[in-house]
Design a protein around this ligand. Structure first.
Ligand code: PLP
Length: 413
């Protein structure tokens, strides 16, 4: 394996009237510079027996076709399917299975994916097993001839475990299963999992792809025509396609993904360096960032990815200190999500991963004091000053005892 080259979004790709396979502009009047929003539920037909390219927006809409062509080029996939959320994209993938089929999933995944596996997939008779992402032997031991899917995140949310995508793909192939990689943390600019053996790539496009915290959306990237047809069928049958307004926002967001991510990653690297220094000084603990050599799996990450993303996690050693620290930050609003132009902070144990069952928490526990930072476009100096001040203040102070009850709480994001 060699380190991937960073990808750049070409202006050709993003200009709807520039020609090429991605363009739907041939049918457009007035040569618009941005893809128009086809805010219509239906399209008129010549007769009941003649169907045009579009008839009903749940099934197909030109604004969606436009953004899906850009997404497919970015992903390097035969097709990209836009969904009304990351969760509906993941649910469509699990919808490929029938009762008795098995899924082996990584323990380090987004809390909402756990919920779908434990509370929905199992109810439909699908057998779900978990394995630690940094232990390929555990995956190999968990699969059987009934395993249809292996599910993992390229960088686990929130523990930043690195997926060895090639290794997982080999295990999946051996039992005729599909490998599904959620690549939300890294984006296709840093990593294209299909090129490393994955069959389906998932994104919560609510995060970096749309990038402004204003469009809930999800994407699947797929090469196999049979899978494309099955997933398109499920999306149409369940009515989970991305509506035209959000398609427009997602395509607009994609136009700046390259420059946003470049700046966010540069700042994230500086913030990670500061945090690593604070760790050395004993002020905080266990800084996790894919760009840090200290992260287990860093070498695998370096081989398969061209960049490190802009999410960083660390611990303080105490829930009370973490709560104080998070509340004393001035430039990091407390938000469940990440990947937006604005920086934010969250505590996954009581927020995004609140309903992960207790038995799984002991396998790959999300620490109560874990703090997750999402780095935005603000000045690196300002963010670093804010974080340094908060860390120094809190580490010098004894925090009051706080009781946190998160088990069973609803996941908001
Ligand atoms: N995948 C990951 C890694 C996530 O963090 C999230 C949400 O935070 C999702 C999927 C679900 O996406 P959405 O919130 O767009 O439904």
């Amino acid at each position: 394996m060699s380190q991937s080259e960073p990808l750049h979004i070409s202006t050709r790709l993003l200009h709807p009237s520039a020609g090429g396979t991605h363009s739907v502009s041939a049918e457009w009047q007035h040569r618009p510079s941005a893809t128009p929003i086809y805010q219509t539920a239906t399209f008129d037909q010549e007769s009941p027996l003649e169907f045009g390219e579009f008839d009903y927006s749940r099934s197909g809409n030109p604004t969606r076709t436009g953004v899906e062509r850009v997404l497919a080029e970015l992903e390097g996939s035969r097709a990209a399917l836009a969904f009304n959320s990351g969760m509906s994209a993941i649910a469509a993938v699990f919808g490929l299975l029938k009762p008795g089929d098995e899924i082996v999933a990584s323990t380090d995944i987004y809390g909402g994916a756990y919920r779908l596996l434990n509370r929905i997939a199992e109810r439909r008779g699908i057998v779900v097993r978990f394995a630690a992402l940094d232990d390929l032997r555990a995956f190999a031991a968990a699969v059987t001839d009934k395993t249809r899917l292996i599910y993992a995140e390229s960088i686990g949310n929130p523990l930043m475990t690195v997926a060895d995508i090639g290794g997982l793909a080999r295990i999946a192939r051996a039992v005729n299963a599909r490998l599904v990689i959620d690549n939300t943390f890294l984006t296709p600019l840093n990593l294209r999992p299909l090129e490393h053996g994955a069959d389906i790539v998932v994104h919560s496009a609510t995060k970096y792809l749309s990038g402004h915290g204003d469009a809930t959306s999800g994407v699947l990237g797929v090469n196999d025509p049979k899978l494309i047809a099955e997933l398109s069928f499920i999306r149409n049958a369940e009515g989970t396609a991305l509506p035209p307004q959000e398609c427009f926002l997602l395509e607009r967001g994609l136009k700046t993904l390259d420059v946003r991510l470049e700046r966010q990653q540069k700042t994230a690297a500086k913030v990670a360096t500061l945090l690593a220094e604070c760790e050395t000084a004993g002020e905080i603990q266990r800084v996790r960032y894919p760009g840090l050599r200290s992260l287990p799996g860093h070498d695998i990450h370096r081989c398969q990815s061209a960049g490190d993303g802009a999410v960083i996690c660390f611990e303080t050693g105490s829930l009370e200190r973490s709560l104080l620290l998070v509340k004393s930050l001035l430039l990091f609003p407390i938000r469940v999500s990440f990947g937006s132009v604005e920086s934010s902070v969250s505590m996954p144990f009581s927020m995004s991963h609140a309903s992960v069952p207790k038995e799984l928490r002991t396998v790959n526990a999300v620490p109560q004091d874990l703090i997750r930072l999402s780095i935005g476009l603000e000045s690196a100096n300002d963010l670093i000053a804010d974080l340094s001040r908060a860390i120094h203040t809190v580490s010098a102070r004894r925090a009051p005892a706080v009781e946190v009850r998160s088990s069973g709480a609803p996941i908001c994001c």
